[in-house]
Design a protein around this ligand. Structure first.
Ligand SMILES: Nc1ncnc2c1ncn2[C@@H]1O[C@H](COP(=O)(O)OP(=O)(O)OP(=O)(O)O)[C@@H](O)[C@H]1O
Ligand SMILES: O=c1ccn([C@@H]2O[C@H](COP(=O)(O)O)[C@@H](O)[C@H]2O)c(=O)[nH]1
Ligand SMILES: [Mg+2]
Length: 212
């Protein structure tokens, strides 16, 4: 599966006038990644790609060879192998043809990072990581509310949330630290109200857009 993925991206890279710019959006489950990305898209020229949404879509695609595996991984809060997730992201980036993307909820572990770098690093330009920093307590309450309001997500329950937080602490935090070490992390306290968060988002994205 990895070989056609690499070939496809090379073809894409050759035809692109400029490398697409990528901002990774990371944070705990329920930290507000999807909500904040929606706000960014309303105010700045970005395409929002949620890795979780792409996986849920794939899971529900009739005849998908990965559907059952994705379903199981999501319920257990485990990270799906990068070949699948990166393949879906690559396809969405190519299809869109846009120049700026918010990649929400990826890379989530070392396997994701290695796979992304192997396949995408030559063809896209990762500008920075937006890190939505939010306490487990606040995040849990938000996800449980989202479940109670009928999200339909199989992982908006206490049992799955415990597992998702474990995965986040053990596997995703080291990736955020890795980017921090490279001076690439913009941290926003997302325990606060949306207007407060959006003020900080403006301070990050307005200069970024005017400089790039
Ligand atoms: N700052 C906030 N204050 C109050 N509620 C919020 C805030 N940000 C997001 N929410 C709500 O919390 C829930 C989770 O938000 P969202 O879906 O954006 O998080 P997420 O990080 O994408 O979560 P996941 O990782 O589970 O996909 C949603 O119901 C959303 O409306
Ligand atoms: O890169 C990714 C992104 C997500 N997953 C799986 O999906 C769920 C839900 O993701 P959300 O971002 O919360 O929508 C996540 O817990 C993982 O099981 C993944 O494997 N890889
Ligand atoms: Mg989300």
């Amino acid at each position: 599966m990895l070989i056609p993925l690499v070939q496809g991206i090379r073809k894409f890279a050759m035809s692109a006038a400029q490398k697409p710019q990528i901002v990774f959006v990371l944070g705990a489950p329920g930290s507000g990644k999807g909500t904040i990305c929606k706000n960014i898209v309303e105010n700045y020229k970005f395409i929002h790609l949620s890795a979780g949404d792409l996986l849920r879509e794939e899971q529900n695609t009739e005849g998908s060879e990965h559907g059952d595996m994705i379903k199981e991984y999501i319920k257990l809060g485990k990270i799906v192998p990068v070949e699948i997730t990166c393949g879906l992201l690559k396809k969405a980036i190519e299809k869109s043809g846009a120049s700026r993307f918010l990649v929400d909820g990826f890379p989530r572990n070392q396997n994701n990072l290695d796979g992304w770098e192997k396949v995408m690093s030559q063809c896209v330009d990762v500008k920075f990581v937006l890190f939505l920093d939010c306490s487990e307590e606040v995040c849990t309450e938000r996800c449980l509310n989202r479940g109670a309001q009928g999200s339909g997500r199989t992982d908006d329950n206490l049992d799955s949330l415990k597992k998702r937080f474990n995965t986040y602490s053990n596997e995703t935090m080291p990736i955020i630290k890795y980017y921090e070490g490279k001076g690439m992390v913009e941290r926003v306290d997302s325990n606060r109200t949306l207007p407060e968060i959006f003020e900080d988002i403006k301070k990050i994205f307005t200069p970024f857009i005017s400089q790039s």
